[in-house]
Design a protein around this ligand. Structure first.
Ligand code: UD1
Ligand code: MG
Length: 475
């Protein structure tokens, strides 16, 4: 049996205080939009009920949201598999109005529909399974999750009658002082019988503090019509935390960050300062590795055992083997390092960098789409782009691969054991044979045979006494 999922993402997020729509704010380097879509992805949805389609309600900042969605669909395996239809909510009249908009535009909704907001950073497939594990029926047409929090401020409160039946949800701004004390809250995860919504959603009214159509009022409506509301208490309240302000986002992010770091510490990873280190949730780190403060490990980065990352480096989607050293302040993006590699300080490894074991990359060296073979070194002030470099090659200080002619990129190939003199310009396409040497300061435009010396510069002239005479003339 299929179900659809409506994701409410049309709000501005006024309380964020930003022009950027709330759903495009990042939480541990992933937007709330992507986080929500990943949690709902079919790969993780309930096996008994299959997710058919997502209806994403957009409105405020929809051009930006549409762009972000297109980007995510192109580059994210989970999200690219889901069918997503965008529904435009032209004016944002509240969460109930957002759902009315979907019902007015979509005539073939599945028989049951899950509805979730797009501002729960830690929402996951497990919570969605809990929500969708029993199917809403014509008699029990509303199912929702509830949870209990220490500080319920800002959330809708769950109102139960004397027999503990859920009879209403009261928004913070509409609640009495007594109701505000209730710590059981509405995280905004609902599972509805679609026919029930079609029949009763139009009964919502704006007679409330915010003069909006609240989706939460559906619970009271269902109760008034003598339907049963099924509420399941979800014990892990953090997973269902909603964020409405930048402060809430930052506090929740820090909580999660420290949880992730604790997990790594328990597995034998050392931190110079756990509070000043930033590790995304999918990062893998081997034991006995040390992370200096200011280290940021992002996305799907993997670090081996016994590595030393000195600090202030940003390492994204990279794989680093065992016993590597990343010295102070390096930027690595989609780079692969074998074991015992040393990088930095101040090095930049861009996508497509592959370093074999024992490679040394020193300060102010930039590498892009290039491989360096076992034990090769580029220790100072160098740019290596589109280069295939063999083993035991020494790249002298100031060497540049001139890989771009203004139109196209060209390859440089340097075979095993070559020695590139300092300040060599390698004008690609060019190939240097095994064991060859280039003289310092040469501009190499032609291939160099194995074991040859290539030298390209005018012979040095020494003009005797010239300097002293110049000084005398001046004075
Ligand atoms: C909502 C719930 C509240 C719950 C809380 C959980 C209502 C009335 N209140 O409050 O009971 O405790 O979430 O986090 O539903 N949106 C639209 N169109 C609109 C308005 C909102 O698409 O016209 C979207 C927003 O983009 C957001 C979601 O709906 O993703 C929730 O809106 P938000 O303003 O954050 O509601 P809360 O005040 O947090
Ligand atoms: Mg909210």
């Amino acid at each position: 049996m299929d179900f659809d999922c409506i994701i409410l993402a049309a709000g501005k997020g006024k309380r964020m205080g930003t022009v950027r729509p709330k759903v495009l704010h990042s939480f541990l380097n992933k937007t709330l939009l992507v986080r929500t879509l990943e949690a709902v992805s079919p790969a993780e949805s309930n096996a008994a009920l299959k997710l058919r389609k997502i209806f994403l309600v957009v409105g405020y900042g929809q051009d930006q949201v549409r762009c972000a969605l297109a980007e995510a669909q192109a580059g994210n395996n989970l999200i690219s598999k889901i069918k997503i239809e965008l529904i435009e909510q032209v004016t944002q009249g509240g969460t109930g109005h957002a759902v009315q908009t979907v019902l007015a535009q979509v005539k073939d909704l599945a028989a049951q529909v899950a509805i979730i907001p797009c501002d729960l950073p830690l929402i996951n497939a497990h919570a969605l399974k809990a929500l969708t594990q029993s199917i809403p029926t014509p008699k029990t047409p509303v199912r929702l999750l509830t949870t209990t929090v220490e500080n319920p401020y800002g959330y809708g409160r769950i109102i139960r009658d004397s027999s503990q039946k859920v009879v209403a949800i009261r928004e913070e701004k509409d609640a009495t002082a007594e109701e505000r004390k209730i710590s059981e809250i509405n995280p905004s995860l609902y599972f509805f019988n679609t026919n029930f919504l079609a029949q009763h959603l139009r009964e919502l009214k704006t007679t409330n503090a915010q003069q909006e159509l609240y989706l939460t009022d559906v619970v009271g409506l269902a109760n008034n019509h003598h339907y049963t509301v099924e509420a399941e208490h979800y014990p892990e309240s953090q997973v269902l935390s909603g964020v409405n302000t930048i402060t809430e986002l930052a506090i929740l992010e820090k909580e999660l960050r420290l949880k992730i770091i604790k997990k790594h510490m328990d597995a034998g990873v050392s931190f110079e300062d756990p509070e000043a280190t930033y590790v995304d949730e999918n990062v893998v780190i081997g034991s006995d590795t040390y992370l200096g403060s200011g280290t940021r490990l992002r996305a799907n980065t993997k670090i081996g055992t016994n590595c030393r990352i000195e600090g202030n480096s940003i390492i994204t989607n990279s794989t680093i083997g065992d016993n590597c050293q990343i010295k102070l302040a390096c930027l690595l993006d989609s780079a692969t390092l074998d074991t015992n590699v040393s990088v930095g300080p101040f090095a930049h490894l861009r996508p497509g960098t592959q370093l074999a074991r024992d490679v040394h990359i020193g300060n102010f060296v930039e590498v892009k789409k290039s491989t360096l073979g076992v034990g090769s070194k580029a220790n100072h002030l160098t740019y290596l782009g589109d280069a295939t470099i063999g083993a035991a090659v020494n790249v002298g200080a100031g060497t540049i691969t001139c890989n771009y002619d203004g139109t196209a990129k060209h390859q440089t190939t340097i075979a095993d054991g070559a020695f590139i003199g300092s300040n060599t310009s390698l004008v690609a396409p060019v190939t240097l044979g095994a064991g060859s040497i280039t003289g310092a300061g040469s501009v190499i435009t032609k291939d160099v045979p194995a074991d040859a010396l290539a030298i390209e510069r005018t012979p040095q002239k020494n003009l005797a006494d010239w300097a002293r005479q110049k000084r005398t003339k001046k004075s």
